[in-house]
Ligand binder design. Structure first.
Ligand code: URP
Ligand code: ZN
Ligand code: ZN
Length: 469
């Protein structure tokens, strides 16, 4: 089966060109100037021709931070692999990297095997895994080496959530030394969890139990301090470091300082931190629970959002991921009605990343190629998926999105495909729309219809990061 996509503007991380894309089976086999191969361009030259006139043709989105069915705070993230990856496809994302989780006291191998089995046959798009190491010990360190050989080449550690996931500095250093030896990438949830818990307890003692207090106690200083500490430990441990879900200017400053010295330090941010703030979203009575996530939304009275956009331009922020971790208001976020500490942390957004960041293009924050670079090419490179994913070039998987740049529409719980009973993005009118999505050569979204099925998505073993300095 051959498919020719013609008439569109192909966007890469380096530019935009009118070009035709030829696909055979699951793979891109040629990129051609329009009409340069008359035999292929002619009617009947390919089994199927997709007209991309006035559309951007972009590599499928790569979202390297999602949590399908994550157990958290006595409940579980409400999207499973089927619903979450289907929603991702609707939003133009064709690969996710989710997490297998080892919590304190658990065995890494057992946790990883169980997670692999949970996803098998369930996903609509391709997927890989990072491993969360919640209990750094001799056995888990050894497993890290084996996992790298199996295509799990990144490990998330936590400086937050004491008693569940938190690693102390000695454990972090040991894991970094291990990653330095096996080539893996260390991902860090950089917030000082012990300090946060002190402020959280004091807030509750004062009767300050509303969701907004989640934002007040998770202070920017705690993110900045942890980011600084992680960077220093990574320097000593000689490991590359990737800071996840960065939201505070002060933390970004720490990343910039390290990068200016040439360190292998990288960071991602997420759409919620670029568009939402503490006052307008988190501080609205219990409805604010829908915006409880960690790191938290930051105050609009400082310049976090502007600084994050600047970081996306300077490459001190190299990736936009979603940290998709949805919980319904009913029965899930509600667990914390009397105490913000019991609100499960997370926002669902896997469906909206491409549109929200394209909005940054139309607002003049970033360029069109930078949109593709932040949402597809760099995440693929960072996480060892490139050039199979993240680029439209011969030999790459035919993961392709036809994007209509002039189709404004309004996001709502009534039109999203994620399994959540509210939308954190409710009422946001975005300027463009994902129209057609190909996942390894199969058209999975077309004419507002989902044509794929669970099991279309396959596990992708990842190599080592090809983004390191
Ligand atoms: O609030 C968040 N980010 N929930 C998901 C877990 C994590 O720390 O990434
Ligand atoms: Zn985290
Ligand atoms: Zn996360």
């Amino acid at each position: 089966m051959t498919i020719l996509i013609k008439g569109g503007t192909v966007i890469s991380s380096t530019g935009a060109d009118l070009a035709e894309v030829l696909i055979e089976g699951e793979t891109i086999i040629a990129i051609m100037s329009p009409g340069s191969d008359p035999a292929v361009s002619a009617e009947g030259g390919a089994d199927r021709v997709i007209d991309a006139t006035d559309r951007y043709v972009i590599p499928g989105g790569v979202d390297v931070h999602t949590h399908m069915s994550l157990p958290f705070g006595g409940t579980m993230a409400s999207d499973d692999f089927e619903s979450g990856t289907t929603a991702a496809a609707w939003g133009g994302t064709t690969t996710i990297v989710d997490f297998a989780t080892q919590a304190y006291g658990q065995n890494v191998r057992e946790c990883y095997d169980a997670r692999l089995a949970e996803a098998e046959g369930e996903c609509a798009i391709d997927y890989g895994f990072h491993m969360i190491i919640g209990d750094v010990n001799d056995a888990s360190l050894k497993e890290m080496d084996l996992l790298v050989g199996e295509g799990v080449s990144s490990f998330k550690l936590f400086m937050a959530y004491p008693g569940v996931f938190l690693s102390d500095d000695g454990q972090i250093l040991r894991a970094m030394q291990q990653a330095a030896g096996n080539g893996g990438l260390l991902m860090m949830h950089a917030e000082n969890g012990l300090a946060i818990d002190v402020l959280a307890e004091q807030a509750v003692e004062r009767g300050e139990t509303d969701p907004v207090n989640h934002g007040y106690v998770r202070r920017a200083e705690f993110e900045s301090e942890a980011t600084h500490r992680a960077i220093q430990l990574a320097k000593v441990g000689a490991a590359p470091l990737y800071i996840v879900h960065l939201s505070a200017s002060e933390a970004l400053e720490q990343v910039a300082i390290a990068r200016n010295k040439g360190a292998n330090v990288f960071a991602e941010t997420c759409p919620q931190y670029l568009y939402f703030n503490l006052e307008d979203h988190l501080d609205q009575g219990f409805d604010g629970a829908g915006y409880v996530c960690s790191t938290p939304l930051r105050t609009k009275h400082e310049h976090h959002m502007e600084d994050l956009w600047t970081g996306l331009r300077t490459n001190d922020l190299s990736v936009v991921s979603t940290d998709h971790c949805p919980f319904c208001m009913k029965e899930q976020k509600e667990l914390g009605r009397d105490d913000f500490r019991a609100i499960p942390n997370g926002i669902g957004g896997v469906e909206h990343r491409m549109d929200m960041i394209y909005q940054g293009v139309t607002q003049g924050e970033i360029s069109l190629p930078r949109w593709v670079e932040l949402c597809s090419t760099t995440p693929a490179r960072m996480m060892g998926l490139y050039p199979k994913k993240g680029v439209i070039q011969p030999g790459s998987d035919a993961d392709i999105v036809l994007y209509n740049p002039n189709h404004p529409w309004t996001i709502s719980v009534d039109n999203h495909h994620m399994n959540i009973d509210y939308s954190a993005f409710e009422g946001v009118t975005v300027p463009g729309k994902v129209e057609t999505v190909l996942s390894r050569g199969k058209v999975v979204i077309e004419n507002e219809t989902y044509l794929g099925k669970k099991g279309d998505g396959k596990f992708v073993p990842r190599g080592l990061s090809s983004y390191l300095i």
